[in-house]
Write a protein that binds this ligand. Structure first.
Ligand SMILES: [Zn+2]
Ligand SMILES: [Zn+2]
Length: 413
């Protein structure tokens, strides 16, 4: 096999990897946008990849590791006759993101199920494995052809609520010839990750101190959703999801995810923006199911945890005017780098005027720290290619046999 990273050897997000077998079967892994953003920001122009998005088909399949925009965000440009494989829950999440950001997407994909190999052209075998990451139901991919094995890690970690599954998964994969791994953390904070459980303990202190807790988190970070629900329960706070988060929670087929459908103590905050939404079709599907009057009054006892978005400033102002804010804080629970984004910066400034105190960032990374990346050494790969990092050289401090390459360089397996 031959590996070419078309993009991503020296950047975070937007990584595109091409793998070609000796017989000429050619697949792509991940086709996302450049922005390392949790939200969908669909590019308006065709990214012009010959044989993938333009011209005649040169690729036999595309595989997507997870629902973050920097891995899936460009799939609507893929030529119609190239099959695109996506894990079903990831597909649901991405669809909802697209609907809520008013983007039209063509979304004809094939299901990719954990541990069920997909064979392309009777030649390349791709097996997805569940991996812990901040996007729900992320995958690592094992690619086999020509008697060789490649592991593409996608984005991963082992400090989330399902992190304990990581080492047994590696063990079941055994030996591989080449690893393509993310190295995000080494170019960001580069310190050991806090576990989700430990984060929950720290949040308890904040929840005990403040009566109203406003939370800024990514709606697709399901671990974090569970964490805030659990802390709210422990501190007798009403748990209120914004409508986007509520839609995500009910769409996923997993009862352990708190949603207004499976918990009597989970409420939804339907802001006037959605009540006034023009499309009746949208309202019928995504708003009306949550319009339970009693649930609208969930914040009346003034002890609540409310998931918010930067776009909800007006709605928060109304709460302030009605005196539902008197001992409040904001918990910022995303990557710190997003704080500098204009819309978020303005939002954080404005809500201070309503007496909501920014108590700082309470977040654990979605990306593997050094110790976790080091575990890949157990696969005894002869070559390791770092992607999804701006410090590829640093991977050499952690992993054996790292080769730092440039975009489009060919690596033989
Ligand atoms: Zn990523
Ligand atoms: Zn990701």
């Amino acid at each position: 096999m031959k590996v070419r990273v078309l993009k991503g050897t020296n950047q975070i997000g937007g990584c595109i990897t091409e793998i070609t077998s000796d017989k000429g079967t050619r697949i792509i892994i991940d086709f996302g946008e450049d922005l390392p953003d949790d939200n969908v920001t669909l590019t308006k122009e065709n990214p012009n990849y010959e044989g993938l998005t333009t011209g005649t088909k040169k690729y036999d399949a595309v595989f997507i590791t997870h629902s973050h925009g920097d891995h899936i965000g460009l799939i609507n440009y893929i030529l119609d006759d190239i099959p695109v494989y996506v894990e079903p829950e990831s597909k649901k999440i991405y669809k909802l993101l697209s609907v809520f950001t008013c983007k039209q997407i063509r979304f004809k994909t094939q299901d990719m199920l954990y541990k069920e190999p997909i064979i392309i052209n009777n030649d390349i075998k791709v097996t997805p494995y569940y991996v812990d990451h901040s996007a729900y139901h992320s995958s690592m991919l094992l690619i086999e052809a020509d008697g060789k094995k490649i592991l593409h890690t996608g984005d991963f970690r082992n400090n989330g609520l399902t992190g304990q599954e990581f080492e047994p998964t590696l063990k079941s994969i055994g030996h591989v010839d080449l690893i393509i791994t993310e190295g995000t953390s080494l170019s960001r904070v580069d310190e050991p990750n806090e576990t989700e459980e430990h984060l929950m303990e720290r949040l308890l202190t904040v929840f005990k101190k403040y009566d109203q807790v406003f939370v800024l988190q990514s709606s697709t970070n399901i671990d974090r959703l569970k964490t805030f629900y659990n802390v709210s329960k422990k501190t007798n706070k009403t748990f209120i999801e914004d409508i986007f988060t509520a839609n995500i929670a009910v769409s996923i087929d997993d009862d352990s995810i708190p949603s207004p459908y499976n918990r009597d103590d989970v409420y939804t905050w339907v802001t006037s923006k959605y009540r006034k939404e023009k499309s009746l079709k949208f309202k019928r599907k995504y708003v009306y199911p949550f319009l339970d009057r009693s649930k609208q009054k969930a914040y009346l006892n003034k002890k609540y945890c409310l998931l918010v978005k930067a776009s909800m400033e007006e709605a928060i102002f109304k709460l302030y005017k009605k005196n539902f804010i008197d001992n409040a804080c904001l918990v910022y629970s995303m990557w710190d780098g997003y704080r500098d984004k204009e819309a978020l910066k303005n939002f954080l400034e404005i809500i201070k005027k309503y007496g909501i105190i920014d108590v700082g960032t309470y977040h654990t990374s979605g990306h593997a720290d050094r110790k976790t990346i080091e575990l890949l050494n157990s696969l005894k790969a002869k070559k390791v290619i770092p992607i999804h990092t701006t410090e590829p050289e640093k991977l050499k401090e952690v992993l054996n046999n790292v080769i730092v390459i440039k975009d489009k360089e060919i690596v033989e397996v």
